[in-house]
Design a protein around this ligand. Structure first.
Ligand code: 1GP
Length: 248
């Protein structure tokens, strides 16, 4: 484990964490900088930089550099494709979309991006990425065969596969901006079978939902849309609610 992963993993043993996802596409550097300051001020534990159709890596480098210059918390890439990698970040969620029907998203994009990650010494956090439900952008672009929301056992099967393949993190993704987030029952079932870092995101819009998911065993709650829409009061309540839970 590299330093960012170790730090987050250790912290997650004490309390659940909250990450803010910033979509790097068409983001002015000043806005990126302000968003980073705001995320840190609200108490986020890390900033994820993502975007499912990033095409301008020069712009991405600028966005990541602006975020890094404005916040002390780790800046972690959450790429949707090989164009989402920047040497300026602290680490990368090096993910395989476990339930994609297109091998490109399972191992090929990873192979195409691997030498860049090595060349720039980016800390890679090996992660299984599992799309839950249907109809989101990631579901469509990633050609995912979405795990039905009410079938926790199917999520558990993938979680065990991720564990046996050596992945130290797992992300249960309902998709950005969706109406319904992953259900706590699914998180509980996965938690019993996966002891790595468990991230849950997509469609989390209120403190009650976020806290229920963290209580069910999520180590990290990821918030994107609410933050992007400037709903800072709600995001602040979510972060405080999640961070105030303790782990035994
Ligand atoms: C998307 O899970 C994240 O990858 C965040 O989702 O934008 O719905 O918060 P939201």
């Amino acid at each position: 484990m590299g330093p960012v992963e170790s730090r987050l993993f250790e912290l997650s043993k004490k309390r659940p964490l909250c990450f803010i996802l910033i979509d790097s596409e068409s983001l002015e550097y000043d806005s990126a900088s302000n968003m980073a300051k705001k995320a840190e001020e609200l108490g986020a534990d890390a900033i994820l930089v993502g975007g499912s159709s990033v095409i301008d890596q020069i712009e991405l480098d600028g966005v990541v550099a602006s975020i890094k210059a404005s916040a002390k918390i780790p800046v972690i890439l959450f790429p949707g494709n090989i164009t989402g990698i920047s040497a300026k970040a602290d680490a990368i969620l090096f993910s395989s979309l476990l339930n994609s029907e297109n091998p490109y998203f399972i191992t090929q994009a990873q192979a195409l991006g691997a030498l860049y990650v090595k060349k720039h010494g980016l800390e890679a956090i090996p992660m299984g990425y599992l799309v839950i439900g249907e109809g989101s952008s990631v579901w469509f672009i990633g050609r995912a065969r979405g795990v039905p929301m009410d079938k926790p056992k199917l999520a558990v099967m993938h979680a065990l596969a991720a564990k046996y393949m050596g992945m130290r993190a797992l992300y249960l993704e309902a998709g950005s901006g969706v109406h319904s987030s992953v259900r706590p029952e699914m998180v509980t079932a996965v938690r019993k079978n996966f002891d790595g870092l468990l991230l849950v995101g997509g469609g989390i819009k209120d403190e009650h939902t976020a806290v229920s998911l963290a209580k069910a065993g999520a180590d990290v709650i990821v918030i994107g849309t609410l933050f992007e829409e400037g709903m800072y009061d709600t995001v602040g309540r979510i972060i405080n609610g999640v961070r105030s839970l303790t782990r035994n």
